[in-house]
Design a protein around this ligand. Structure first.
Ligand code: BTN
Length: 343
């Protein structure tokens, strides 16, 4: 991708951020157990004094780390606020999230990301808000999430793709968010075409991709992700209670929001990179594996006459292929899918 953010030699801040991420990665891996100081020093390849700086740096960012003379270090608490300070130490990405613009409140993170991209923001810059007052969903809908209980963020992308291939990005994102959700404990997470992440037919996360193109060139894309993290059912508006879910509801455990954001960014970087090097084929294959739509009887609405039939495949450009009740194979490029039953 253009606009590479490879760290400059001597970029001390970035080295510290990476070292913090390594320490945190090990502490998270050991979960409730202690990690010996020597193990951490070996992993970082630094002396004990440098490790203490990293532990202090993490504590200053809100991580509660217990130290025990003989046993080492144990992570007791991860902060739940979603600023650059909390997210960056968790990130093992190269480009995505290197710069995080965080706000207590925005109308829409997608709008701010467009504004920053027009002003020159680089590939991978992230805009995140604790709450949105005009969050947008697909097809002109609003996206509502209570303050402090969701992760709502947008990534600026500068893909080298013609605009006609831009829908692929949305499916790349769906695969990445779905894999992140599963890794975070929502084992039943699947994708409803094109990019709703669902558990037990209830929406866990959504993706909204918007493009600014000039002729046959994408100037930039913004990839907005809304992920329901800590809501209990009563936190959702009445009209969503039958169709929404959250990571808390699915796993029974509260996951700190920076972990969700970091997890999504890591999977996103991995899939964007695979898409860039190998094209859409591997994305399509993984999307099919994670899909809850294929093989279902579906009703497509929102684009002219409703279409009823069976979802049979994902085309090699991301369209949904539906066998209509009259036996025609129809390419669906936009619309809402209602799924009826497994055939
Ligand atoms: C959908 O309808 O499923 C897509 C929802 C996308 C919501 C996210 S929240 C962050 C970003 N900012 C927005 O205004 N929308 C997206």
């Amino acid at each position: 991708m253009p606009g590479s953010l490879a760290p400059a030699a001597g970029d001390r801040h970035w080295t510290d951020v990476k070292q913090d991420a390594i320490v945190l990665g090990l502490l998270l891996e050991y979960k409730d157990d202690f990690v010996e100081g020597g193990v951490l020093c070996d992993k970082l390849d630094v002396p004990r004094a440098e490790l203490l700086k990293r532990i202090d740096s993490l504590r200053a960012r809100g991580y509660v780390i217990q130290a025990s003379g003989g046993r080492g270090y144990r992570l007791v608490e991860v902060p739940d606020s979603i600023g650059e300070r909390e997210i960056q130490p968790l990130l093992a990405t190269g480009e995505l999230g290197r710069k995080i613009h965080s706000y207590p409140e925005l109308e829409s993170t997608n709008d701010e990301a467009h504004r920053l991209a027009e002003a020159g923001a680089l590939h991978g810059e992230v805009v995140i808000a604790d709450v949105q007052t005009k969050g947008r969903g697909r097809r002109g809908r609003t996206w509502v999430a209570p303050k402090g209980k969701a992760v709502t963020f947008t990534v600026v992308l500068r893909p080298s793709l013609p605009p006609a291939r831009a829908p692929e990005i949305t499916l790349v994102a769906a695969v990445a968010v779905c894999e992140a959700a599963r890794e975070l404990g929502a084992a039943s997470a699947r994708i409803k075409w094109p990019n709703d992440i669902e558990c037990r037919n209830r929406k866990l996360a959504g993706v909204l991709t918007e493009l600014r193109a000039e002729g046959d060139r994408v100037r930039h894309a913004v990839l907005g992700i809304g992920f329901n993290v800590s809501m209990e059912m009563r936190d959702f508006p009445q009209e969503l209670r039958a169709t929404a879910t959250s990571l808390l509801v699915e796993t029974g455990e509260k996951t700190p929001r920076p972990l969700v954001c970091a997890g999504v960014l890591e999977h996103l970087e991995e899939w964007l990179s695979l898409h860039e090097t190998e094209g859409f084929a591997p994305v399509r294959e993984r999307w099919r594996e994670l899909s809850t739509t294929l093989g279902h009887s579906v009703r497509i609405t929102g684009e002219g006459e409703p279409l009823e039939g069976t979802a049979v495949d994902l085309a090699d450009d991301g369209a949904l292929l539906v066998r209509s009740e009259e036996g025609r194979l129809v390419r669906v490029v936009a619309g809402d899918v209602e799924q009826c039953r497994v055939l």
